[in-house]
Unconditional design. Structure first.
Length: 586
């Protein structure tokens, strides 16, 4: 944890060099031309506190109060615009200073100078902290992801506070140093009034840019012009120690080997000791049971060997495990094995029963499936992954777990061991089925909703709302760029006019979770690979003559390179109204 905190602090320190913060620096400088050290301190603390609080709590606040988070962004725009007016129009400045003085005076007894200095700076800084989107490296991406999924804990708060402390130190010196430069030097001090008015105009223009989302366009252009910073930040934070600490922060354990490392290993002689790990929790909060006449309970299943499989129907990793799970069901269902699929949705549309029922037919799933729409059973098992398997003995104890894909022979052997313990006689011959777990390095899963987006080129993430993007050139591997009009939401991005997406990926197969418009209209997607329309050599099963028709909410196979894992540039051109959720690879 100490190493992670050190790197979080260093990452915060170097943020002053990041193009993502450059649009804010004129505002910070202009706001500190009056008020001295107190105002510089107020601005710095305001940015630190509002960014930390907003990042860590926004998901909770939206869930609790049901408000649009864009309201806070609009409020920040208004405050920045008003502060700009105070610099341009001195009379307006006097009115606002009286207002700030009265408000701050209700909370703390201070001198007038400190009220207009520190408190005025605090308000400015708080506004900037709300609208600022830092260039996201692995550390900040982890903070944003866990906060968005309401997985905030003491360690995450500590990492966030250390990060913003690193940000705040150089910002304070920049603000206070700039104030001294403008007010104390003989060359500039006679023109302080004119300089303040100039900076006031910059603040007003910045407020307009934020209101129209042009600040994001400017950030992208700056990062395009200085791509070395993004590469530096990723390299800084991507050492093995930091990765392991981030994995622990995400899931409470070191998950660096996420290809399904089991908790119990088979000995070389094939003998196995499966200790009791814990008593299996009950199924709780199930929205609906499918493929079964009545709800199941662990109490009623006592005496049976039970395999719990956490999955969701658009997860490619889950889909690749299904042939093995359905095979075990057919092979052992008459010998005492009960398989229960716990369908815990990753996206909102996956909560629909008709969508899950369609997936059960598509993948020929005949065992009981529980719709865990509110994550209650997921949380009861303290689960973190799709897919995840929990093997439970006849007495109701968890004896084996497996996260991710692979090691199907180990899982089946453990099923046989527990069935034999339960008094069944089972064959020692294991299923002979190809293991589709990727063995070569492929691109990681990429989310296209703002709450978990971290692969947008060049700054990792984008803010919610309708925006017009310009495609970046020469994007890095495992990143994507947007062009045209898009509406960004927490879970997805929805295509608008002239919407285009380009992705630099490495894989054999590429999949994209998509959803058509709610209004029943025929929408299509054009697929190109390396500048040419997708053809028989590289088109996925859902692509016909380079075109995909989006008819339902599901996972679409866009690219298939016939078992060759290669690096390529994908270009997708969308009809308006198509929502995209996540890329997965195989």
């Amino acid at each position: 944890m100490i190493v992670l905190l050190i790197f979080a602090f260093i990452s915060g320190l170097v943020t002053i060099l990041a193009p993502c913060i450059w649009p804010l620096l004129p505002i910070i400088l202009s706001s500190s031309t009056t008020g001295g050290k107190a105002k510089s301190l107020g601005i710095t603390l305001g940015i630190m506190l509002s960014f930390a609080i907003f990042t860590l709590t926004i998901s909770y606040l939206v869930s609790l109060f049901g408000f649009d988070p864009d309201i806070l962004r609009l409020l920040a725009v208004i405050i920045i615009g008003l502060l700009g007016l105070t610099l341009v129009i001195p009379r307006f400045s006097a009115i606002l200073e009286v207002f700030v003085s009265r408000i701050s005076g209700k909370f703390v007894s201070t001198s007038p100078n400190s009220r207009t200095g520190f408190w005025g700076g605090l308000i400015t800084g708080a506004s900037l902290g709300i609208v600022w989107s830092p260039c996201a490296g692995p550390i900040l991406a982890t903070i944003a992801t866990l906060a968005a999924t309401k997985a905030v804990n003491l360690e995450l708060v500590l990492v966030t506070l250390v990060y913003v402390t690193g940000v705040g130190i150089p910002l304070f010196f920049f603000s206070y140093g700039g104030s001294l430069l403008l007010t104390k030097t003989r060359v500039l001090s006679p023109y302080t009034g004119k300089i303040q008015q100039f900076f006031g105009i910059i603040m007003i223009l910045t407020a307009l840019a934020i209101f129209t989302n042009y600040d994001k366009v400017l950030q992208v252009k700056l990062l395009d012009a200085f791509p070395s910073y993004t590469n530096f930040l990723v390299k800084l934070e991507s050492n093995n120690t930091v990765k392991k600490q981030l994995d622990i922060l995400k899931g409470g354990k070191d998950t660096s080997d996420m290809q399904g490392k089991p908790l119990n290993q088979v000995s070389e002689m094939g003998e196995k000791t499966l200790p009791r790990l814990s008593r299996a929790p009950e199924f709780v909060g199930i929205f609906k049971w499918l493929n079964v006449d009545k709800p199941l309970t662990m109490k009623e299943l006592k005496g049976k060997v039970v395999l719990i499989d956490f999955w969701t129907y658009t997860c490619i990793n889950c889909i690749r495990t299904l042939p093995h799970v359905t095979g075990w069901f057919e092979k052992y269902k008459d010998k005492g094995l009960v398989i229960v699929g716990v369908h815990t949705p990753e996206f909102e549309f996956e909560k629909k029963t008709e969508n899950v029922e369609g997936a059960l037919k598509q993948y020929k799933i005949g065992y009981p499936v529980a719709q865990d729409n509110d994550y209650e059973t997921w949380n009861a098992y303290n689960n973190r992954y799709w897919p995840a398997k929990y093997l439970i003995d006849k007495d109701g104890y968890i004896r084996y777990t497996h996260f991710g894909e692979g090691e199907y022979d180990v899982t089946e052997q453990n099923i046989q061991i527990l069935l034999n313990e339960a008094g069944s006689s089972v064959t020692e011959e294991l299923e002979e089925m190809p293991d589709e777990t990727p063995r070569t390095r492929i691109s990681p899963e990429m989310y296209l909703g703002s709450s978990r987006m971290s692969n947008f080129y060049p700054n990792g993430n984008v803010a919610n709302g309708r925006q017009t993007f310009t495609l970046s050139q020469n994007i890095s591997q495992d990143t994507f760029s947007l062009g045209g009009e898009w509406t960004i939401d927490d879970e997805y991005s929805m295509a608008g006019k002239n919407a285009v997406l380009e992705l630099n990926f490495s894989a054999n197969k590429l999949f994209l979770v998509m959803r058509p418009p709610t209004v029943k209209t025929l929408v299509k997607l054009k697929v190109s690979v390396d500048g040419k329309l997708a053809d028989d050599l590289n088109a996925g099963i859902d692509v016909q003559n380079g075109i995909v028709t989006i008819e339902s909410d599901r996972l679409y196979n866009l690219v298939d390179l016939n078992r060759k894992t290669e690096n390529h540039l994908l270009r997708l051109e969308f009809d308006p109204g198509i929502s995209v959720y996540a890329f997965t690879f195989g």
